[in-house]
Design a protein around this ligand. Structure first.
Ligand code: GLN
Length: 495
């Protein structure tokens, strides 16, 4: 039986899809209609979206179909994590407290993609306020991993990852504060990119931990990530922390001749199962075969990264989430409250989920009088040491290569009652976040795991500002490994 034609867009990456739309070889309206229909029908399966707005997307597709100017993402359907503002769409951060909140404006990163012709079809499921590593802490039910529906897709950008892995859209935006794009990329067999902190404007992003938050794309090709970065990066008058320095222009590398890649001993040692170790070693071999010189080095502070990150992130979260009080923002609890304080307490008690409350309590404690010195100040000092450790590494290598996660996708529910074991999923992503460095998450070979085949990933980490270098190296590695065209079984799922 032949595949129905509307589905042929399924396998294309954003670059190719835009090219076909621009040249007139493919109709934007057909693509968007097919993509919306597929997303709607498969929503019960993976729970990737929180809000799908097909009417809006189709109206925009009709406008684009006849537009005189055609951008670099002309007619490309994209999905956006529900902590980014998209005018008119519900951006609830997967929180009961923000149910029904429609953004009155669009985040800069999204607006820049739209200006190049991208069509937002909906906002995606996530861990509430981006706090989580499995996608299970959403108030609207967990997202499922299209590779194995009994497993978590990773988090917190769970819906964006499932939408790309499930071939609902070729490109999606997530955010990466401590690994929320790189980790789901590894668990869903995707390419993901965390830029240098400050490289992409955070205007319109609901803040979780401001000194760590980054807008970050997920895709099925490195060239799509590069394109998205090129479009989104650059100064923004609405975000004073956004870097004014331009991205380096660079053409794709043919090989890695002349480059030195450092493999941190502690990152390699964090891999807990044999198949994951073998997949990572294949990646190191691929780097060697592509001409890179590999050096072993040590980043001993890796073992403190999770505790340091969770202290700093919760402290910032406790402050950032103070605005959600049911008065200025959020759903107000029913009016039985006797006082302003009681009303705020009731709204927050009803509105926030367990993980968010845990973090507010932890962060408030770590910042409280008498304890701040021991916890917050101490963690801030450790962060400085982590940054220095990376600075020293750059004298020995051009980029670091390590696994993205210690193990492949976990089963849904496997760790949900044990927050510390969930935090441990972030052991290899948080050091990079603390130092604000760019990292490209690439696909390494599939592994046999608990009776099934699952994806694994590696990350290429580069110095501040060298965002493109990370992407270029990752692209060569994927080509060498043959994982650049990895398709999830979901590509075969007919909607
Ligand atoms: N898993 C980490 C956390 O829960 C990272 C989240 C993120 O990057 N948004 O904080």
């Amino acid at each position: 039986m032949t595949r129905p034609t509307p589905n042929t867009w399924l396998h294309l990456d954003a670059t190719q899809l835009a090219h076909e739309h621009r040249s007139g070889a493919r109709s934007v309206v057909d693509t968007i209609a097919a993509c919306c229909a597929r997303s709607q029908r498969l929503q019960p399966r993976w729970n990737a979206f929180l809000a799908l707005d097909c009417e809006r997307a189709l109206a925009r597709a009709h406008t684009l179909e006849h537009a005189a100017t055609r951008g670099r993402l002309h007619g490309v359907p994209i999905a956006v994590k529900a902590n980014l503002a998209v005018e008119g769409l519900e951006s609830s951060c997967a929180s009961r407290l923000l149910v029904g909140w429609r953004a009155p404006y669009t985040a800069t990163a999204v607006a820049r993609l739209e200006a190049e012709g991208a069509v937002v079809i909906g906002t995606t499921n996530m861990d509430e306020y981006a706090m989580g590593s499995s996608g299970e802490s959403s108030a609207f039910g967990p997202t499922r991993n299209p590779w194995d529906e009994a497993r978590a897709p990773g988090g917190s950008s769970s819906g964006s990852a499932a939408a790309v892995a499930g071939h609902l859209v070729p490109l999606a935006l997530g955010t990466d504060t401590g690994g929320s794009v790189r980790q789901p990329a590894a668990w869903c067999g995707l390419a993901g990119f965390k830029p240098t902190w400050g490289r992409i404007s955070r205007y319109g992003l609901v803040a979780y931990a401001s000194s760590l938050d980054c807008v970050a794309p997920l895709a099925r090709s490195m060239r799509d990530l590069d394109l998205a970065l090129d479009i989104m990066a650059g100064p923004d008058a609405r975000d004073a922390t956004c870097s004014p320095t331009a991205l380096h222009e660079s053409v794709p590398f043919k090989d890695l001749q002349g480059l030195v890649l450092g493999v941190p001993h502690e990152w390699r040692a964090a891999l807990t199962d044999g198949p994951s170790r073998a997949a990572f070693e294949a990646c190191v071999e691929a780097a060697r075969a592509a001409g890179a010189r590999i050096v072993e080095l040590s980043l001993p502070l890796t073992r403190h990264a999770v505790s340091c990150y969770y202290l700093l992130a919760t402290v910032e979260a406790a402050s950032n989430l103070a605005r959600f009080d049911g008065l200025r923002y959020g759903v107000r609890a029913a009016a039985h409250s006797s006082s302003l304080a009681a009303s705020i307490a009731a709204s927050r008690t009803q509105g926030f989920g367990a993980e968010v409350k845990r973090r507010i309590v932890l962060g408030t404690y770590a910042l409280s009088a008498g304890h701040a010195e021991a916890w917050h100040t101490h963690a801030a000092k450790v962060r400085t040491l982590v940054c220095r450790e990376f600075d020293e590494a750059w004298s020995a290598c051009d980029a670091l290569l390590g696994p993205t996660t210690p193990f492949p996708a976990i089963r849904l529910g496997e760790r949900s009652n044990d927050p510390l074991s969930l935090y441990a999923c972030d052991a290899l992503t948080t050091p990079v976040s603390l130092a604000g460095l760019p990292a490209a998450a690439l696909r390494t070979p599939l592994v046999e795991h608990e009776g099934g085949q699952l994806p694994t990933g590696a990350q290429v980490v580069t110095p501040h500002g060298a965002d493109r270098l990370a992407l270029r190296i990752a692209e060569v590695l994927e080509t060498q490994l043959g994982t650049q065209a990895l398709l999830s079984p979901a590509a075969e799922v007919q909607a």
